[in-house]
Design a protein around this ligand. Structure first.
Ligand SMILES: Nc1nc2c([nH]c(=O)n2[C@H]2C[C@H](O)[C@@H](COP(=O)(O)OP(=O)(O)OP(=O)(O)O)O2)c(=O)[nH]1
Length: 137
C-alpha cells in the first residue's frame, strides 16, 4: 500500500543549537483531538515537499520559516506514522510571524528537553520525538 506523504516541521529556536521545539495540539478530527504533533499536513499531488511545508505552516500557524536539514527516518528516509501516512520532517526556524493555532490546532507549546514529554504526542510521533530529544541541548 502506498502511504500518503505528510510533511511537517520541527520548528526550533535555532537551527545551529536547537533548545526549544514547537508542538501543536490537534483540535480535529475527534479521533486525535487533544493529541500533540508537529505542524504540517498532506502534500498535494504534484506539490514539492518543501513547497507543501511552507504552505501548511502559513495556513496553520500564520508564519514563514527558513527550512534546515531533514531529520531522516528509518522508513526509506521517512517515518511511518499511521497505516495510511508517512511523515517527512524538516528542521525550521521562524522568519516572520508569531505562531498561532489558526486551524486544526487549539494550543501551541514551546518544549525543551525537560518538558518534551509533558504533552501527549500522537503514537506515530513518539519515536521521532525520542530521536529529537537527543538533539535538544
Ligand atoms: N501534521 C501532522 N500529522 C500527523 C503527525 N503525526 C501523525 O500521526 N499525523 C497524522 C494525523 C493525520 O491523520 C495525518 C495528517 O493529516 P492532516 O490532517 O494534518 O493533513 P492536512 O493538514 O493536509 O489536512 P486535510 O486537508 O487532509 O484535512 O497524519 C504529525 O506530527 N503532524
Amino acid at each position: 500500500m502506498t502511504r500518503r506523504l505528510v510533511v511537517a516541521a520541527a520548528l526550533v529556536d535555532s537551527l545551529e543549537r536547537p533548545s526549544r521545539l514547537l508542538a501543536a495540539r490537534r483540535s480535529r478530527p475527534a479521533e486525535i483531538a487533544g493529541r500533540w504533533e508537529f505542524p504540517g499536513g498532506k502534500a498535494e499531488p504534484g506539490e514539492e515537499p518543501h513547497e507543501a511545508l511552507h504552505r501548511e505552516l502559513r495556513e496553520e500557524l500564520g508564519v514563514s520559516v527558513a527550512l534546515g536539514t531533514e531529520l531522516r527516518g528509518p522508513d526509506d528516509g521517512g517515518w511511518i506514522i499511521t497505516d495510511r501516512h508517512v511523515l517527512r520532517l524538516w528542521f525550521a526556524t521562524l522568519l516572520s510571524g508569531e505562531p498561532e493555532p489558526l486551524v486544526e490546532h487549539d494550543e501551541l507549546r514551546w518544549l525543551d528537553a525537560g518538558t518534551l514529554w509533558e504533552v501527549d504526542w500522537l503514537d506515530g510521533d513518539v519515536r521521532i520525538v525520542k530521536t529529537l530529544a537527543d538533539l535538544l541541548g
